[in-house]
Ligand binder design. Sequence first.
Ligand code: ADE
Length: 247
Amino acid sequence: MKITILTLFPKMFTGFLETSVIKRALALELVKIDIVDIRDYATNKFRHVDDTPYGGGAGMLLQIEPIDRALLANRSKDSYVLLTSPKAKPYDQAKARELAKKDDIVIICGHYEGIDARVEHLVDEKISIGDYVLTGGELASMVIADSVIRLKNEVINPDSLAFESYDDDLLEYPQYTKPYDYKGFKVPDILLSGDHKKIEHYRKKMSLLDTLRFRPDLIKRHRFTREQKELLLEILDDLKSGNIKVD
Ligand code: ADE
């Protein structure tokens, strides 16, 4: 897989490319990432890539021409082109899974003061990473690249991907490591029982409970299996009896 990022701030990507899972994925050549400086495609000697808005208004807008030139020089006919923007549908795990199937993605990083609206015509899709405004699309492009790359085969241990938050619209169950007792906060005993069936049952229940507690909006759109309906009834009983305590 190849990911090409068009940006005004290439330096922002140094830490991202040189750390942890992404560094390893690059070293193993599981992914190739090209960072392209949009200014290299400016048509003036001052390398200016922005100008004032037609119709007036504050600030400078990123122009379409350098972006188009950068895109033409760095895309292939098969590239899937994204534009980061707060004016788009919010990104989620389903979209990450969809993008992970592509071989060639180009991400154009938007600009904090704005971007010529015609850039929309150059892209396949606009993506927002959430309902807040960032100073530019660089962090958004890293979020997209990170979430996509970790889904590629062999980038991380497949067991870690076996069940994780947002699969099936549920949050991942809570996990614990040593010590058993930290300042009175104890690991649930069932996890030490060695009984794999019981542990699996407990984890399924906790996944439902945590989704109810922290993301009830996900529960609303979730289609429950018969097993999950039974688990929900168990959770209610556990809460009533004090078997499970929540804040
Ligand atoms: N640029 C500014 N805010 C953004 C957001 N929330 N998502 C993607 N790109 C952005």
